[in-house]
Write a protein that binds this ligand. Structure first.
Ligand code: AMP
Ligand code: MN
Ligand code: MN
Ligand code: MN
Length: 289
């Protein structure tokens, strides 16, 4: 079993279609694939046949914990759930509004057309990655990394603070939609371990049920720390590549360190909701799109 429970498509800032990501998952022998676009959840295709890959409807919600930006992944969410869709529509509107404000700043610096360009893309959730690509394409910045550093990060010329929902709202909406909330890439937040510990306590108290403990570039000590924390707190462990782009050779669908045997016993595949979906046919089973 290889469960990649964190991936993006071009509905947010992934570079590829769903069909491409599925093909890649299949080629890399992934058995379970969750599509977790930023602030977008769309129904995945129904079963084509009974062989191979299982698809899981997911989402990655940008939210705030005490004014700190976090990402909460929802797995097995029902994309037709009204409460979830209301929250996601609001997040998408905030994202468009943020791009409009960045467009105003960029126009003042002499480059026009950002919002129109982004609205013409397949993306439903407009992200800073899209803005970065626009800056590169229009010769404002040399590459994406520089675009973030000089323009889009907190101290950047085009920075606009996003007004995300509170993390408790994200967890409640995921629960209302029948899903499991997982704290995404905890080691990537700029905080020390005691703050991270407090975050995990808050997340669990709010109804969060899982931690991502395996993702690309996770430090081995962080991996062990998260496994211990999850076991102590009775949380499930999740794994995912956070795949965005096949051209970024250091990432791929299904590419992340495997959980060791002890940790795998606390894998999210033991969650009752997972088992319920595995036993009914509602988890899509696909061979080839
Ligand atoms: P947003 O959610 O609109 O703020 O966009 C954040 C997205 O930008 C993340 O999901 C990453 O995919 C990407 N990102 C954030 N920081 C960087 C960076 N320094 N370099 C490249 N991509 C980044
Ligand atoms: Mn992203
Ligand atoms: Mn994220
Ligand atoms: Mn992600």
């Amino acid at each position: 079993m290889k469960a990649d429970l964190h991936c993006h498509t071009h509905l947010s800032d992934g570079q590829h279609t769903l069909a491409f990501v599925i093909e890649r998952a299949r080629a890399n022998l992934v058995t379970h694939l969750a599509i977790t676009d930023h602030d977008v959840s769309q129904a995945l295709p129904q079963p084509v046949n009974q062989q191979g890959l299982k698809l899981i409807n997911g989402v990655e919600i940008s939210c705030l914990w005490e004014s700190f930006e976090l990402h909460v992944v929802g797995l097995f969410v029902d994309p037709t759930n009204m409460r979830l869709q209301t929250l996601l529509s609001a997040q998408q509107a905030r994202r468009r509004e943020r791009v409009a404000q960045i467009d105003d700043k960029l126009t003042a610096l002499g480059t026009k057309g950002l919002l129109l360009d982004l609205l013409a893309m397949p993306a439903i959730a407009l992200t800073r990655s899209h803005v970065a690509d626009f800056l590169v394409a229009n010769n404002v910045c040399k590459n994406r990394q520089k675009a973030f550093k000089t323009h889009l990060n907190r101290s950047g010329k085009l920075f606009v603070a996003a007004q995300w929902c509170d993390y408790t709202e994200a967890v409640r909406a995921i629960k209302a939609a029948g899903g499991i909330s997982v704290l995404a890439h905890p080691g990537r937040y700029a905080m020390n371990k005691s703050k991270l510990h407090r975050l995990v306590e808050c997340f669990a108290a709010a109804g969060g049920e899982g931690l991502e403990a395996s993702y690309p570039n996770i430090a081995p000590d962080m991996n062990q720390y998260l496994i211990q924390l999850a076991i102590e707190r009775g949380l499930y462990l999740s794994t995912g590549s956070d795949f965005h782009d096949a051209a970024a050779h250091w990432t791929d669908v299904g590419k992340f360190p495997a959980l060791d045997r002890t940790a795998a016993r606390h894998g999210i595949w033991h969650h009752p909701i997972w088992e319920q979906h595995a036993n009914t046919e509602s988890m899509s089973i696909l061979k080839r799109l």
